[in-house]
Design a protein around this ligand. Sequence first.
Ligand SMILES: *Cc1c(COP(=O)(O)O)cnc(C)c1O
Length: 273
Amino acid sequence: MLAGLGIAADYYDPMAGAGIAGQIRPNTRLLWIEAPGSITMEVPDVPALVAAARARGVVTAIDNTWSAGVYFRAFDKGLDISVQAVTKYIGGHSDLLMGSVTARNAELFDRVAPVRRLLGMGVGPDDVFLALRGLPTMLARLKAHEAATLQIAGWLRSRPEVKRVLHPAFPECPGHENWKRDFTGSSGLFSLVLHERYAAEAVDALVDGLRWFRIGYSWGGVASLAVPYRRDTLFNANGRNEPGHLVRLSIGLEAPEDLIADLEAGLTRLRLA
Ligand SMILES: *Cc1c(COP(=O)(O)O)cnc(C)c1O
């Protein structure tokens, strides 16, 4: 749609940091940031990206869904626009599709608002009810998601089938130092890289047989989710080309011990397939 309007987009390495300056062109208007990248989980150096953009008069916007707007304070970090999938932690129960755009000032907001109308992005009252219903328990849910996720990710890290756990709170995650400096917590979404000695079909056997994890792209709800990503497509898009199979998990509010037992049975299927 944007290409038809004469608007082009370039992509950059999420770890570019201050080096992003080399990619900013005279006609660049917007720098779009996601922190962390919601599949390969790199945590960019947001202040460096913002400083480079600002020096050239470029507006910055962040997809702040992973932190729920709680663990990363977008406006304190200098961003102009903060976007969230309300679908995720605010809704929290996997039964809502909604998003929010928050701008630093009225001038920026007035540029976004008419586009929302043109695209027909209305929000129904029943959906607003669900979002308001979710909001007061969000912090309590986030803390439960965070603790269970750290427990499960830590367990996965000790498993020989798992090559690497991509969770911003662990040092082996690209950008961990940025997470430590700029975030005050972590949420329920992370990825793991299974060893390349397994066939893609073995990874499917792991995922397809899960009992508590459902298969789904959305996340942030009460039910845990798993999605396998074929390594020759998305995982290599981060430019690091690490061989292996990426599986992304969203940890819900089930008992962590049940989820670990489920994953343990999945790793057995992986080995036997
Ligand atoms: C899911 C997701 C979105 C889009 O949210 P929907 O409300 O499901 O369309 C945007 N950003 C991130 C990081 C997401 O994970």
